[in-house]
Design a protein around this ligand. Structure first.
Ligand code: CO
Length: 210
């Protein structure tokens, strides 16, 4: 019996062939370099692939994904991706995209012990604590969870704005940060309309004199 992973290698060969059939120079052009216009910060969930849900091709979106799409100020991985995307690639938009039915958000709403993952989920519990009154006014648990998914995205957009990387970009060029939620049941993206594009959008205490 063939191992299931071999299917992926076979698919890859077919995909490369079909792309070449459409455009002989497809890989040649891509190998010359990248200049994506967007940075996507999304959940690691296998059901929310950045390129597929946005109808974009290789080369169009720079991607960072982690459990429950959080922006943590000590996360070297996230900060390195953000720095490279903003300072070097000069992306114009950063999109934080959460999704309804997020296992990470669901876990953070419980008091269950998830072992090592507790550390990662704690920042979502902080979002919950901050918006406790609004969340607990929603009696339907599924709807409360959906609200936390949205609030989590909004707080992560705010966290991006608090970084020196984003504030420098606002000073020297233009950069927009957006908060979106993907609805797995419909396949549709929802813009939460929580856009930040200038230092004035951020609470004063977090602004740096750059
Ligand atoms: Co998720």
């Amino acid at each position: 019996m063939k191992e299931s992973y071999q299917k992926l290698l076979r698919n890859n060969r077919e995909w490369a062939k079909s792309e070449l059939a459409k455009d002989k120079t497809f890989f040649e052009k891509l190998s010359a370099g990248q200049s994506p216009e967007y940075l996507w910060i999304g959940c690691s969930d296998s059901r929310v692939p950045a390129n597929d849900v946005t109808g974009t091709k290789p080369g169009e979106i720079f991607v960072h994904r982690n459990i429950a799409n959080v922006v943590i100020q000590t996360d070297m991985n996230l900060l390195s991706v953000l720095y490279f995307a903003v300072d070097i690639l000069k992306v114009k938009h950063v999109i934080v995209c959460g999704h309804y039915g997020c296992g990470g958000v669901n876990a953070a709403m419980q008091n269950k012990d998830f072992g090592f993952v507790n550390n990662w989920l704690r920042s979502i519990k902080e979002v919950y604590a901050k918006h406790k009154r609004e969340l607990e006014s929603i009696n339907n648990i599924e709807m409360r969870e959906e609200k936390l998914v949205e609030l989590n995205v909004i707080e992560q957009v705010n966290n991006l704005a608090k970084t020196r990387i984003v504030q420098r970009a606002w000073k020297n060029s233009s950069l927009q940060i957006h908060g979106w939620v993907y609805d797995c049941k419909k396949g549709l993206l929802k813009d939460l309309k929580h856009e930040m594009s200038r230092i004035e959008d951020l609470e004063k205490i977090f602004r740096y004199n750059l």
